[in-house]
Design a protein around this ligand. Structure first.
Ligand SMILES: O=C(CO)[C@@H](O)[C@H](O)COP(=O)(O)O
Length: 213
């Protein structure tokens, strides 16, 4: 299992130190939540803050857009060269076109599904995607309770992925901890995002290690 700590739960007064600490603790990716205050009822950070994050990080960035105007934000964050750039199916009229645009920028395209969205809705996008991010909370805030139906969704998605594009990875985000990691692994999940579980722990290394099963 790959682990991507969400910096939403980091100490923003000491962001550089926090990024270095999770990288030294062995994370695989650094997960960055971008919220516009419209698609989700919260506002986070733009490229001015993510630029020093990218500089401090020795691990690739995994940027999760929770915004209405995806095209605008893809243009804004592409120069930071993240490994993954994901946008929500629920906020995009032309997901196939946007996936092609992200790929043309030499970034791995990923799509995110809210808890209510059926995995079947992206079946015909899978062959163009490098990752699907399944939300296991409603997007907008860290520290929420894990929604268990994501386990069944991950299993269904894995079947579709095996049929359409076995190289595509599954990431799950929200309420992830040592309590649900085994179920997630068994369901075929490849990457977990964990915010409060990692940044709220006494040892980032122990928390990250407990998810690497
Ligand atoms: O995208 C989001 C929330 O919208 C997540 O990345 C959370 O920030 C994860 O935080 P925890 O649930 O792990 O505390």
């Amino acid at each position: 299992m790959l682990v991507a700590p969400s910096i939403l739960s980091a100490d923003f007064g000491n962001l550089e130190k926090e990024i270095k600490a999770i990288c030294e603790a062995g994370c695989d990716l650094v997960h960055v939540d971008v919220m516009d205050g419209h698609f989700v009822p919260n506002l986070t950070i733009g490229p001015v803050v993510v630029q020093p994050v990218a500089k401090a990080s020795t691990k690739p960035l995994d940027i999760h857009l929770m915004v209405e105007n995806n095209n605008f934000f893809v243009d804004l964050f592409a120069p930071l060269k993240p490994k993954y750039l994901s946008f929500h199916l629920e906020s995009e009229k032309h997901p196939h076109r946007l996936i092609q645009k992200i790929r043309s920028l030499e970034i791995s395209p990923a799509i995110t599904l809210n808890p209510h969205t059926r995995v079947e809705d992206i079946e015909y996008l899978l062959e163009d995607l490098d990752m699907v991010l399944l939300m296991s909370v409603n997007p907008g805030f860290g520290g929420q309770k894990f929604i268990p139906s994501v386990i069944e969704k991950a299993k269904k998605l894995k079947e579709l992925i095996n049929k359409r594009n076995p190289k595509c990875l599954i990431e799950v985000d929200g309420g992830v901890s040592d309590k649900n990691i085994k179920e997630l692994k068994d369901a075929g999940v490849d990457i977990v995002v964990a915010g409060s579980y990692v940044f709220g722990s006494d040892s980032y290394k122990k928390a990250i290690d407990s998810l690497k099963i």
